[in-house]
Design a protein around this ligand. Structure first.
Ligand code: HEM
Ligand SMILES: *[C@@H]1O[C@H](CO)[C@@H](O)[C@H](O)[C@H]1NC(C)=O
Length: 385
């Protein structure tokens, strides 16, 4: 079992304090008023708060030092937003599962615009549920079976370029996970020209993702928005071609294009618009690429640091390679399921490395948690390590 540490950070905005749904319900039940306090912690300087402290060191150190001092819940102010940080699996369950109706996913507007406002992780309720179900199919084990040859080809091509040529492992892994992402979304039938167009334009989007959102021509942000538009153009073209052929396909793109809204989602039976499909294609690429690339990079690093383990994993892989006549026969799904040691190395690496530092939620009502109070408009962040 991989235990994971979860840090949850909630931004509190006093400007949007709304009716204290949760806390007041609790009070009514308790029969007496007991005002909850704000959690401990320092709000730092006016407006900028503790932003500089966060960005001048490893974010995990910033969070860990405050967690040590104040415990699993503390307040701070980052990027102009008063926040509450929650740091325990129990708190994560509170925000993400048991009281999830009190929170909504919120990203800075500039980032939403970059990925696409219709991408599932900016939504809640029926639309989110529908998209969540839709993407789960083509990303599930049954669909992945058919992709083993494409994944093997992508891994081979990464290794062929590797010998002596790789300046950055992370960069090589990003390329690999992009190729696997593209195979998943387009069912391994996208031509090389299109793939290159998507790759180049997507990398411009990525460079602008964490830049200052200044739409002045020439800035990274401006270039990213332009590239985002071109990505949309390429995707629309692919969708038009599929419709003209009358074959939408059973890959992720095909599933998104065919989905009809269930009753209750406003306009039952309606298809997703091309805009909605494109935003979700880019959204899945975004969710998949950096996370997978960083996990793979950590695995390479941990194996490098443990020569004995590296040798044992190498032996496990070599035996399969040998059984496939030196790669003359394709890797099978059953073989991917029989890499016991390799699989354990992957799980242990995911446990040790902190792939996503935190994520956030915004409270839609005032919330009381363990006797402390969080005002409405709360953004939540959590980390797995
Ligand atoms: C080691 C690799 C990965 C890690 C650590 C990771 C982590 C996460 C986390 C923490 C979230 C939740 C974010 C939030 O709710 O605020 C998330 C959401 C998501 N991830 Fe991943 N992820 C990984 C790989 C992938 C891959 C490979 C895909 C797709 C092929 C993917 C697709 C998604 C999607 C679609 C969501 C949104 C789910 C929703 O809103 O319901 N992720 N991921
Ligand atoms: C982006 O996509 C367009 C097609 O819309 C293509 O002509 C261009 O070469 C791609 N790459 C870059 C870096 O813009």
């Amino acid at each position: 079992m991989a235990p994971f540490v979860i840090l949850i950070m909630c931004f509190i905005s006093l400007a949007f304090v709304s009716y204290v749904h949760y806390a007041s319900r609790q009070r009514r039940r308790g029969g007496h008023e007991k005002a909850a306090k704000l959690p401990p912690g320092s709000m730092g300087w006016p407006y900028i708060g503790e932003t500089l402290q966060l960005y001048s060191q490893n974010p995990n150190v910033f969070f860990a030092s405050r967690q040590k001092r104040y415990g699993e819940i503390f307040k701070t102010r980052l990027l102009g937003c008063p926040c509450v940080m929650l740091a325990s699996p129990e708190a994560a369950r509170f925000v993400l599962v048991t009281q999830s109706h009190l929170f909504k996913p919120t990203y800075p507007r500039s980032k939403e615009r970059m990925i696409g406002p219709w991408a599932l992780f900016f939504h809640q309720g029926d639309y989110h549920l529908r998209l969540r179900r839709l993407v789960q199919g083509p990303l599930g084990p049954y669909a992945l079976r058919a992709l083993v040859p494409d994944v093997e080809a992508a891994a081979r091509s990464t290794l062929a370029d590797w010998d002596g040529n790789v300046a950055s492992t992370f960069h090589a892994m990003k390329r690999l996970s992009f190729d696997v992402g593209v195979a998943t979304i387009f069912g391994g039938q996208l031509d090389e020209r299109r793939k290159a167009e998507l790759r180049q334009n997507y990398s411009v989007v990525e460079k602008g993702y964490n830049s200052f959102p200044n739409s002045f021509p020439g800035t990274l942000y401006y270039k990213a928005i332009q590239a985002r538009r071109r990505l949309h153009g390429v995707l629309s073209e692919i969708m038009r071609e599929r419709r003209a052929r009358g074959e939408l396909g059973s890959d992720l793109l095909g599933c998104l294009m065919q989905s009809r809204a269930p009753a209750g989602d406003g306009g039952a039976g309606a298809l997703l618009t091309d805009e909605q499909v494109a935003d979700n294609v880019i959204g899945v690429l975004f969710a998949a690429q950096d996370t997978t690339a960083s996990a793979l990079t950590w695995i390479v690093k941990y194996l490098h640091d443990n020569p004995k383990l590296l040798e044992a994993v190498g032996a496990e892989q070599a035996a399969i390679h040998h059984a496939n006549h030196g790669g003359a026969r394709p890797l099978t799904w059953a073989q991917t399921r029989s890499m016991a040691l390799t699989h354990r190395v992957i799980l242990e690496s995911l446990r040790m490395a902190s792939i996503i530092s935190f994520t956030f939620r915004e409270a839609v009502a005032d919330v009381e948690y363990k006797g402390t109070r969080t005002h409405a408009r709360t953004h939540t962040r959590y980390t797995r390590t």
